[in-house]
Design a binder for this molecule. Structure first.
Ligand code: NCD
Ligand code: ZN
Ligand code: ZN
Length: 434
């Protein structure tokens, strides 16, 4: 039997209480003095005075690069970055080499996640075989596999064939799955486009792509969701036009959900001034008015969740002319600090809102059991302790990730993860891997 006592935590930023965890489960919440456990039976005590306790975070959108690009990230190093970031579960995107498009491959990712043991690594299944956009993957078999795949995505590519998207949406209704779409019309965002199309792209001489490349796919997909009853999830939403469509669709009761990344909430296209490829990402960084609209949409519930789109890349894939560098940036270790800094410290959201957008809703959307649960007796002890006042200056060298493409490097953020617990096991203590 293993017993941990967390003392003086503020539950979701509200009342203070002690939390007794026994064998991976929250046994009692209240005052330690009144609890049924003897002091000497406690294996470890965590002093959480001044810390906020939240359900551990769930990331719907992570790139772990294993199999195929273990030089950029492995399931183990990505899991470590996730734990440091306060996560207990991550959804590993299918755009690995090979692509996760069969039950065997999905189970292999799931199994390696279990071996690493730091977070639950839930494989995302691809929608189409090899992400080729031509033939559906073995969606039903992945759903029925040991990995219980519920989220399907060709992320990195858009499922642009309307007929295939329709079939995929019909298919996943059988087991209440969801299609997470990388909304991007491949004809409007062709191979050379590398940033937001606007005044700045013209000045920098970089080919951009128009907002409509995202918006036409979001609009089509909500109509297909309406047609089929299937659930569509808009990955990394980034334009005001997409938000309008999502608001409209939700108003009609269409089964659509959406995520925003931490970087699209804060970082803006003017950072491209110096052609620093760390800021090259898909979808591209947008003007500051867009970021403001995304923050408002997250606060008002139009956007359901924050997802990292953690996209590690080795140095030599980023060390190119801007047009040739890889798209993507790190996000797992800093996500909670960014949300704390930009949404909580500014009074736009409460800690219970953060629990909703970074834990509860992501788990619900993915139909993931055991995570994103209320902090209550009998629930699995998947918890994160956050210091809401602690400032940290991000240092890309001090990272659990194998990659260093960290767009937050050198920035100071208020709000820091201090401890993470996966089913009662402490994975992070004092802000470091335990
Ligand atoms: N976000 C990115 O810029 N890159 C992602 C793919 C993706 O999310 O589209 C990647 O896999 O590197
Ligand atoms: Zn994507
Ligand atoms: Zn992605």
């Amino acid at each position: 039997m293993s017993t941990t006592l967390i003392t003086g935590a503020s539950l979701l930023g509200d009342r203070s209480a002690d939390i007794l965890v026994v064998d991976g489960v929250i046994r009692e919440i209240g005052s330690a003095a009144d609890m049924s456990v003897a002091q000497d039976a406690v294996d470890e005590t965590i002093d959480a005075d001044g810390l906020v306790a939240l359900p551990a975070l769930v990331d719907l959108h992570t790139h772990l690069r294993e199999p195929g690009r273990e030089d950029a990230e492995t399931i183990r190093t990505g899991s470590a970055a996730a734990a440091v970031g306060g996560y207990s579960a991550v959804f590993a995107m299918a755009n690995t080499q090979p692509v996760t498009d069969t039950p065997e491959k999905a189970e292999e990712v799931w199994r390696r996640g279990r071996e690493a043991g730091l977070v639950d690594v839930m494989p995302v299944g691809s929608v189409t075989k090899a992400l080729a956009g031509e033939e559906l993957s073995e969606i039903g078999l992945m759903a029925r596999s040991q990995a219980r795949v519920r989220v399907f995505s060709d992320d990195g590519r858009c499922v642009h064939d309307s007929r295939l998207m329709r079939r995929a949406l019909e298919y996943v209704t059988a087991f209440d799955g969801v299609i997470s779409q990388h909304s991007q019309d491949p004809r409007l965002a062709d191979g050379t486009a590398c940033c937001h199309e606007g005044e700045l792209s013209g000045r920098l001489g970089l080919p951009g792509w128009p907002d409509a490349a995202e918006e036409v796919v979001v609009a089509r997909d909500v109509m297909l969701a309406k047609q089929t009853g299937g659930r569509v999830h808009v990955a990394h939403v980034s334009t005001p036009g997409s938000l309008e469509v999502i608001r409209w669709a939700k108003g009609k009761g269409i089964a659509v959900t959406a995520e925003v990344t931490p970087h699209h909430l804060v970082l803006t296209t003017d950072l491209l001034q110096d052609y620093d490829t760390v800021y090259k990402v898909n979808p591209p960084l947008r003007p500051s008015e867009y970021a403001e609209e995304l923050r408002a949409a997250l606060a008002d519930g139009t956007i359901d969740v924050v997802a990292t789109d953690h996209a590690p890349h080795v140095v030599h894939d980023k060390e190119h002319a801007f047009a040739d560098a890889a798209f993507g940036m790190l996000g797992l270790e800093t996500a909670l600090s960014v949300v704390s800094d930009v949404m909580v410290s500014t009074g736009r959201m409460s800690w219970s809102d953060v629990a909703r957008v970074m834990s509860t809703r992501p788990a619900e959307i993915a139909r993931l059991a055991g995570h994103g649960r209320p902090i209550a007796e009998g629930e699995p002890a998947n918890l994160v302790l956050v210091d809401p006042t602690r400032s940290l200056t991000v240092d890309r060298a001090a990272s659990a990730s194998l990659s260093r493409n960290n767009p937050w490097h050198g920035r100071t953020l208020t709000g820091a993860v201090r401890a993470t617990m996966l089913r009662g096991r402490i994975t992070v203590r004092d802000g470091r891997l335990a």
